[in-house]
Design a protein around this ligand. Structure first.
Ligand code: SF4
Ligand code: SF4
Length: 420
């Protein structure tokens, strides 16, 4: 027997959890890379400590509530996976464990569940929640303390509701057809990202379809440990996206990484194969574009610019995507890319983390903003909506001279000669 975890008694993903805890040799190489270990300096808030805690709970040696505080502090950034020489699949473990705790009634309902499962994935509900939050903000002192961090994050305004075209034809020589993940929260907060993606993809010779009714990909639910809700979203998405496409393109790192985990998420589900087929066709937009043999002509900038690039954890650590976005930015004549001092550490966004763990999220956000300002860049570029929102919030308290942009927005503006 490889381990003491009774996988027979764990309804789903027991083997994945057992494999991860068994692979850990407790070497500690992952500790310096872990943002919560950097912040708190406590073993139980490190990857190694959390693996031990989860193992002890799964083996029945520890009560779930004795581990909960430390498990809840995990950002799910998976920087530990990048730095683990033993190949411990910590990402598979943490999401599966959180879901298992919930299924077994060991994880009480929280604000995070309401946001991730009932609000953010639904555009109308999310808009309504933002309106209510904005109206409530002046009365913050009357609101329970636990809800105040959420009010601080409510944007002052939202762009007009924008429906994406269901079909956009290729411009020039046609190379094929792609489908685009419209997403949920991103389409409310920053619809310009998908609009830029459609323009760039069609300029690259691809028909772009955005099937109606696709909904959320399930990332928010899966990464906060609500497997059944995430499975419902994944099922619907797999049935909505046509199969005769060259690629299913995502513009949010968190969504792309969740889709890459569909085989694990959908274990034992009737739609597992359909979801796995969709996952096999899915690429982040930076990867899809960087793999093309030719990009549209990009005119030289009128004056040189320096932009910093921030790796989104769910691109760099979860999907191993570091080079493609940089290659796209380097293809813009006159654009210099600045690297951050600490490019490996999470900005503290991590889905709904900045609401549940506001102190740690604030420290990480401030560190990231200071790093960006220190580069002297006039903009910071990244590939995930959560990071864009978090970084903008913390940059705003330091400067109003640094713009925050998605990689595909930069490329789109450079092609259209409106970057400077
Ligand atoms: S996922 Fe991130 S926060 Fe969680 S243990 Fe790993 S490095 Fe630390
Ligand atoms: S680096 Fe890997 S094997 Fe070593 S303690 Fe961390 S998770 Fe375990």
């Amino acid at each position: 027997m490889l381990h003491n975890i009774d996988t027979e008694n764990i309804e789903a993903r027991g083997e994945a959890m057992a494999k991860a805890v068994t692979a850990c040799v407790h070497c500690g190489f992952c500790l310096p890379a872990c943002p919560t270990y950097q912040e708190l300096g406590s073993e139980m808030d490190s990857p190694r400590g959390r693996i031990l805690l989860m193992k002890s709970v799964l083996e029945g040696e520890l009560q779930p509530d004795q581990a909960a505080e430390h498990i809840d502090r995990c950002l799910g950034c998976v920087a530990c996976v990048t730095h683990c020489p033993s190949g411990v699949e910590y990402g598979d473990l943490i999401s599966s464990y959180r879901d298992h705790m919930r299924q077994t009634g060991n994880r009480p309902w929280s604000l995070r569940d309401w946001l991730a499962g009932q609000t953010l994935p639904y555009r109308t509900r999310f808009r309504l929640a933002v309106t209510v939050g904005r109206l409530t903000r002046p009365l913050q002192r009357l609101v329970p303390k636990s809800l105040r961090p959420m009010l601080e994050l409510v944007p002052d305004s939202l762009p007009e509701r924008e429906e994406l075209p269901e079909y956009t034809p290729a411009v020039g020589r046609r190379r094929g057809q792609v489908a685009l993940l419209a997403g949920c929260a991103q389409q409310v907060i920053a619809p310009d990202i998908n609009a830029s993606a459609i323009r760039v993809l069609s300029r690259c010779g691809y028909d772009v379809v955005v099937p109606q009714g696709q909904g959320c990909c399930g990332a928010l639910s899966w990464h906060t440990g609500n497997g059944p809700a995430a499975q419902r979203f994944a099922s619907r998405l797999a049935k909505t996206i046509p199969s005769d496409i060259d690629c299913f393109v995502t513009t949010a790192a968190g969504c792309g990484s969740a889709i890459a985990e569909y085989s694990l998420l959908m274990e034992g589900h009737a739609d597992k194969d359909a979801a796995a087929r969709l996952a096999a066709k899915t690429k982040d937009i930076s990867v899809f574009l960087a793999e093309l043999d030719e990009l549209p002509e990009i005119p030289a900038l009128r004056r040189p610019l320096k932009f910093a690039y921030q790796d989104a954890c769910h691109l760099a650590h979860a999907q191993g995507v570091r080079r493609p976005p940089r290659a796209l930015l380097e293809a813009i004549p006159g654009l210099q890319i600045a690297e951050l001092r600490d490019r490996d550490t999470c900005c503290g966004s991590a889905g709904t983390y900045n609401i549940e763990q506001p102190e740690i999220a604030k420290n990480l956000g401030r560190r990231k903003a200071e790093d960006i300002v220190a580069t002297g860049a006039s903009a910071v570029v990244t590939g995930n909506i959560g990071c864009l929102v978090q970084i903008e919030k913390h940059l705003n308290s330091l400067t109003d001279r640094v713009a925050v942009l998605h990689t595909v927005q930069v490329l789109d503006r450079a092609i259209r000669e409106i970057l400077n």
